[in-house]
Ligand binder design. Structure first.
Ligand SMILES: Cc1cc2nc3c(=O)[nH]c(=O)nc-3n(C[C@H](O)[C@H](O)[C@H](O)COP(=O)(O)OP(=O)(O)OC[C@H]3O[C@@H](n4cnc5c(N)ncnc54)[C@H](O)[C@@H]3O)c2cc1C
Length: 633
């Protein structure tokens, strides 16, 4: 069995759609010159595909069979340290043997220097066996790459421009340790009173007279928090407000002394959870834990986003793996199980569920791969521009444009991917249970585990609601910044929806047009509410009140109410664009585009209707409540 070879849609990306040549050019600074590297791009591509094939087999043959015992053996704490299930230890020993922890890490640091995209594809393969194992796997190379990116950003990594080799980087020894499979890290943000609201964070960092930093406080729900390296966000600037008061730190959880291990980060407990049983979710305490400042003071939130962005893309792939597993369990069962004279996959409603599940998984993958490719292009092009710039001005300008475009695409798609993949993982897992009927509820068949595991997807790495708010805000701000460009896009979409030569192209343009209309409705309604709010003021104060005095909590109420509906429209349109782009290059993709449009078109009409015609009553009630509480204050 091989989880890569049996998956045609995944193979389409790996073998046809992904431009490995471009990713190789970005990743291999010394293509054809490094004796340990590849002679050319074709050799590199062959290697990346071999990795996927090998990984697909290892996961199917050696990881998946071990997962049921992870469900049986709970994680526990002994002498202050987390003890993982035996199966987890075996799986990670195998990964260590195969050298998989350094897949995307540069060769100079002991890794394989493969593109991040190939690493994300391995994440999908692993998640098909078990998402909790995949999460822990992610906190190896993910943290090593974050350390490298932070060091690149703060310019503490040195390159030799002549030979185009990485000479040194700030956390080199630590990265090597992770690559060797001897350590891993975690991302410590959440606190008992600060989850989505990061500005409410209480953990503090203080600096002594010698310039050394120390972190104190508590963090909860930290995945893989039993590791050595903690990337921690804490309040370091008492004289600043909100997110500007936060900085990012690297905290080493312990020191090994001749007397034994001395912990600076204490594991208070491992949480007992609904699912994700192979992943340690830790509550941690720091008391004056020695810390290293990452980047600049007060820029912790920005730094955290670097790590979170990649983690959100990772969650996208994690959801695909889980959903793929759910679909396969459901499909196999439905083909065997008979009811009323035929197998249940021949009953119309079940056939409809199965087809929708397949289409949604293909949509998740389309968004995820596109987003991952552009995130990689943005990051690696930036690296070239900052550290290995081209000698001629024209190339430099072309690279700057490429970097900017890719950054915008990745920024636009990341919240859509995280939102959509997470919501669909839950829905698809639930559908799988329904298709299995009573067997879906029984442990032996494996479907119930998938729903338990899926339930956290819309919660961690920024909840679905927070992703929707981000997508909505980004779109409205973009429109306000450049209204002319927005109107040009509206006109172009209208034109294409009527006159594009290909009927599928016209339908895709109509969805694009609907997304732009919804965006305009949100902004117009927000502006109308603001006009209503300033009406009672003297006329000479209108300009100031309208242009400057915006209260984000009140004035954007309509847009915030409908942010999730708007995000779903954006997803429907963005996926259609992806499938359309694929169909133009590979005509066999027209079939999935048609399947997608058939479901997306009525869905978008319904969502548009909801945005236009619901919410007045609720908003009026909320406004009354706010006015009453303001009056009471
Ligand atoms: C298994 C697991 C692993 C985790 N791993 C990590 C980790 O590695 N590192 C880490 O730092 N954290 C981790 N977390 C924590 C996770 O990121 C948080 O639970 C999440 O950010 C939500 O925060 P919260 O639980 O405080 O919920 P809250 O922020 O209290 O939110 C509760 C509900 O209110 C909604 N809400 C909040 N604000 C708004 C708003 N403005 N508009 C609309 N709705 C809103 C939320 O969407 C949610 O539905 C993990 C959690 C779990 C369960």
């Amino acid at each position: 069995m091989n989880f890569y070879k049996d998956n045609d849609d995944l193979r389409y990306y790996a073998e046809e759609a992904i431009d490995w040549g471009l990713l190789t050019e970005l990743s291999e600074y010394r293509l054809g010159e490094d004796p340990e590297g590849f002679a050319n791009a074709e050799e590199a591509r062959t290697f990346y595909l071999e990795i996927l094939e090998m990984f697909g087999e290892v996961v199917a043959e050696q990881v998946a069979p071990r997962i049921p015992s992870i469900e049986d053996e709970a994680l526990r704490i002994e002498d202050g340290e987390v003890v993982e299930p035996a199966a987890t230890r075996e799986i990670f020993a195998l990964f260590r043997e195969l050298g998989l922890f350094g897949l995307p890490v540069p060769r100079e640091l002991g890794g394989m220097n493969a593109p991040m995209v190939s690493y994300f594809l391995t994440a999908e393969l692993l998640a098909r066996a078990d998402v909790s194992t995949m999460t822990h796997y992610g906190f190896h190379a993910g943290i090593a790459m974050a350390m490298l990116v932070y060091s690149l950003d703060e310019k503490t990594t040195r390159f030799d421009r002549e030979t185009r080799t990485l000479l040194s980087t700030r956390w080199e020894d630590d990265i090597r340790k992770i690559v060797a499979g001897e350590a891993w890290g975690s991302m410590d943000i959440t606190e008992p009173d600060a989850g989505s609201d990061m500005a409410a964070m209480r953990a503090t960092a203080r600096r002594d007279e010698d310039g050394n930093w120390f972190v104190s406080g508590q963090k909860i729900y930290i995945t893989s928090g039993h590791g050595q390296y903690h990337i921690v966000i804490a309040r370091s600037e008492p004289d600043r407000e909100g997110l500007d008061a936060l900085s990012l730190f690297l905290v080493r959880a312990w020191e090994d002394t001749p007397e034994g291990r001395r912990r600076h980060v204490v594991i208070d407990r491992v949480e007992e959870k609904l699912g994700h049983h192979g992943s340690a979710t830790c509550a941690l305490s720091y008391e004056d834990a020695p810390a290293e400042l990452i980047g600049k003071r007060g820029e912790g939130f920005r730094g955290m986003l670097v790590l979170m962005n990649n983690a959100r893309i990772g969650v996208g792939f994690e959801c695909i793996g889980l959903a793929e597993c759910a679909l396969r369990i459901a499909r196999e069962y439905a083909a065997e199980r008979r009811s009323m004279g035929k197998s249940i996959d021949r009953h119309e409603m079940i056939a409809d569920y199965l087809e929708e599940m397949q289409t949604d998984i293909q949509a998740m993958r389309a968004l995820a791969v596109h987003c991952a490719v552009h995130e990689e292009r943005h990051r690696k092009r930036r690296l070239w521009l900052d550290h290995l710039p081209p000698s001629d001005e024209e190339t430099r300008r072309a690279w700057e444009r490429e970097e900017e475009e890719s950054r915008a695409i990745s920024r636009n798609l990341t919240p859509l991917l995280k939102y959509y993949a997470a919501e669909k993982a839950v829905e698809i897992a639930q559908r799988a249970i329904q298709i299995l009927g009573g067997a879906g509820y029984i442990r032996e068949y494996g479907a119930e585990k998938l729903l338990r595991d899926a339930m956290v997807m819309p919660i961690y790495e920024g909840t679905s609601q927070i992703q929707s708010l981000m997508a909505m805000k980004d779109h409205l701000m973009g429109m306000l910044k450049d209204p002319k460009a927005f109107l040009a896009r509206v006109a172009e979409a209208r034109w294409q929806s009527r006159f594009a030569p290909d009927p599928l192209g016209r339908r895709v343009a109509r969805l694009r047009s609907s997304a732009l209309d919804a965006q305009r409705t949100l902004l117009m309604r927000t502006a109308a509410d603001k006009v209503r709010a300033v009406r009672h003021k003297p006329l000479d104060q209108w300009a100031d009140a309208f242009l400057k005095q915006w209260n984000p909590k009140r004035d954007f109420a309509f847009a915030m109410l409908h942010a999730e509906r708007f995000t779903r429209i954006l997803v429907d349109a963005a996926v259609a664009e992806r499938f359309w782009a694929q169909a133009q290059e590979h005509p066999h993709r027209r079939e999935v585009l048609e399947r997608w449009l058939e479901r997306a078109e009525p869905r978008v009409r319904f969502l548009e209707d909801e945005i236009r015609n619901t919410g007045e009553r609720l908003l009026a009630r909320l406004a009354e409540g706010s006015a009453a509480s303001e009056a009471a204050e």
